[in-house]
Design a protein around this ligand. Structure first.
Ligand code: 3PG
Length: 207
């Protein structure tokens, strides 16, 4: 089982991927891996998501996980398709227990102190700060760093090339997440070299 902190330190950015057309999944994963981005979060937001996880899991070098996992059933069907980790927008005790039962590494979402304490009670101290910009951005993460000295964050939501470095400079931020590496228009026209270029820029961000 992959350690969540290891996943978070594999690269500075975890792309949040929405796949509409399952045939684009494999070339998209190959384009990201070619640009040095290996940890891929495929969100369960489209009917194509599970097939996309299956297709991307065959790509050499890719570490494929499921995003937008809301319950144990989501974790189980994604794991069956080859997902090796899961990301959720929030945390519930039931989701945490399901992940532990399935031995599936989980990066659960939190947005405030109470969320962090609940996740911590369940054994999770590596969390996604979501939605990062709307929930207070860099100043909020600095403030949360006071009481929660053992917690590390992957801020996601509203992050792009213009502000990623500011988040990555914080000592309690191991990586950031975002959808900017896989813009819909580039994916739909199969502009894979452009996506590799975005991935290269993201890989070069300092952690
Ligand atoms: C997510 O779904 O985790 C975030 O909404 C991604 O946010 P972004 O589209 O602002 O990067």
């Amino acid at each position: 089982m992959i350690d969540v902190r290891e996943l978070m330190t594999t690269g500075p950015v975890i792309p949040v991927i929405v796949v509409d057309d399952p045939s684009s999944a494999k070339p998209l994963a190959e384009a990201l891996v070619a640009g040095g981005i290996r940890v891929l979060e495929v969100t369960l937001r489209t009917p194509a998501a599970i097939d996309a996880i299956r297709a991307m899991s065959d790509v050499e070098g890719a570490i494929v996980g499921v995003g937008t996992a809301l319950d144990g059933d989501d974790l189980a069907r994604a794991q069956d398709a080859g997902a090796t980790f899961a990301v959720s927008p929030g945390y519930t005790e039931a989701l945490g227990k399901s992940a532990q039962k399935l031995s599936m590494p989980l990066l659960p979402g939190i947005a405030n102190s109470a969320d962090i304490m609940r996740a911590r009670d369940g054994g999770f101290t590596a969390v996604k700060f979501f939605p990062a910009m709307q929930a207070g951005g860099v100043p909020m993460l600095k403030a949360l760093g006071g009481p929660f000295v053992d917690t590390v964050f992957c801020p996601t939501g509203g992050i792009s090339t213009s502000n990623a470095a500011e988040f990555l400079a914080l000592p309690n931020v191991l990586c950031v997440g975002g959808s900017w590496l896989c813009p819909k228009d580039l994916v739909s026209k199969g502009a894979w070299s452009d996506i590799t270029a975005l991935a290269k820029d993201a890989s070069a961000l300092a952690t």
